[in-house]
Design a protein around this ligand. Structure first.
Ligand code: ADP
Ligand code: MG
Length: 400
């Protein structure tokens, strides 16, 4: 499957408003932006009511938008096919969840889903014209989907002056992706995009949507976070993700718990002894130890002991690879090579089956680690990875 490439028009990000003007013949009323995210730790915990610790990327999706006097939604995304996609907010072939705009209009399902979820929640929205542009790589485990959803939700609610708290906006964006697009994701991605703040990781309780902003200044600690996009496209919509989710929910039910979040780390071994299925045992062990790793990483960040989070990241990767079985050879190679080249720790980030890894390295080690990973990929016959460094950036906001 080839990865859709936004920005293929080669225009700079700042032209979202210009692009809108050219497309629709008048300037937008505003431009709203929402970032992609990297999850530092806490993977596959969010559909188990657990904890996660993501931060926002500087890469973002912008939505230039203006109200329309009718009940029509027109959507266009730079670099994506199909031109302007037109939907009727009244349903009838437009926003009916039974008839999502799939096929060649696949991408348009995301903004359409958001409009549907907002309307379905009873929010008084009218029609709008939207023009989207983004530099968040798609399908790279960096949550371009959540960036698009959150930016769209923010644009529509701001345009119509509908007050909506950020956690509620994130929850509706998640509902859009679950119920309309058909991806059974948890709420972490949308919360990270909607609520993160610059210079901080976002500690997220995915049951209560409580959030804490944890200072996370790698540069001040002489460190850097590398994001290694393996260029292997994940497909979260496929059965593997749903199978993990079903396995976790089944295990929680078998243990008489509302969710695996309710299994304390100290009681893990006893609980595992009560589960017959070895696969289920491994899945449970990942989720419970991963929640514990989030707690410990948060403590280390608060204590300013950033380097010491490294081994927990690496442990998290092993758990995802061996117990949760959602890694792939490219992710494993990125992680092992980064470590051999001096990283304090590394792990896959995002849902897995491709996408990106992250590595915590010394600030002056970027060139060496990048070279090592690039060479290892070439030697293995893998596509060249895309390696960038990322510092925690701001969450969604109106930018014009
Ligand atoms: P991820 O969220 O990890 O990038 P997903 O598979 O969840 O991967 O979401 C990627 C999909 O989201 C794309 O294939 C496309 O349909 C949609 N998408 C993301 N960004 C954009 C964009 N800027 N314009 C249009 N569609 C987008
Ligand atoms: Mg996604």
């Amino acid at each position: 499957m080839s990865r859709a490439e936004p920005m293929s028009t080669g225009e700079p990000m700042s032209t979202a408003a210009d692009g809108f003007h050219r497309l629709y013949g008048s300037p937008p009323e505003g431009v709203w932006a929402a970032p992609g995210r990297v999850n530092l730790i806490g993977e596959h915990t969010d559909y188990n009511d657990g904890f996660a610790l993501p931060f926002a990327l500087p890469h973002r999706t912008e939505v230039a938008a203006a109200r329309r006097p009718d009940r029509t939604l027109r959507i266009h995304s730079a670099g994506f096919p199909s031109g302007v996609v037109t939907l009727d907010l009244e349903g009838a072939g437009g926003l009916d969840p039974a008839r999502p705009p799939r096929g060649p209009h696949g991408w348009a399902a995301y903004p359409a889903a958001v409009a549907w979820a907002l309307l379905d929640a009873g929010l008084p929205l009218g029609g709008a014209d939207l023009h989207i542009r983004s530099d968040v790589p798609t399908g790279a485990g960096l949550s371009s989907s959540a960036a698009l959803e959150v930016a769209t939700a923010l644009a529509l609610t701001d345009l119509y002056a509908v007050p909506l708290a950020r956690p509620d906006l994130a929850a509706l964006a998640r509902r859009a992706e679950n119920a309309y697009v058909g991806v059974p994701c948890g709420v972490m991605d949308q919360m990270a995009s909607a609520c993160a703040t610059a210079g901080h990781a976002l500690h997220l309780d995915t049951r209560t949507l409580e959030q804490r902003h944890i200072p996370f200044d790698c540069a001040a600690a002489g460190l850097r976070l590398l994001v290694i996009d393996t260029r292997v496209q994940h497909a979260l919509g496929d059965g593997a993700y749903a199978e993990r989710l079903a396995s976790c929910h089944g295990a929680a039910a078998a243990l008489g718990l509302p969710a695996l979040r309710d299994l304390p780390y100290e009681e893990l071994e006893q609980a595992l002894a009560r589960l017959d299925d070895p696969v289920r045992r491994r899945r449970v062990r990942h989720v419970v130890t991963e929640n514990e790793r989030v707690v410990r990483v948060e403590e280390l960040l608060r204590a300013g002991r950033l380097r010491e989070t490294g081994p927990l990241l690496t442990e998290g990767h092993a758990s995802l690879r061996d117990d949760y079985e959602v890694s792939c050879p490219e992710l494993d190679l990125a992680v092992s090579t980064a470590e051999a080249a001096g990283a304090y720790g590394a792990r896959m980030t995002g849902g897995g089956f491709g996408g990106s890894a992250l590595a915590l390295i010394d600030a002056d080690g970027e060139a060496a680690v990048t070279r090592a990973v690039t060479e290892a990929f070439a030697a293995a016959g893998f596509e060249p990875p895309r390696v960038t460094s990322a510092a925690p950036a701001a969450g969604a906001a109106r930018i014009l």
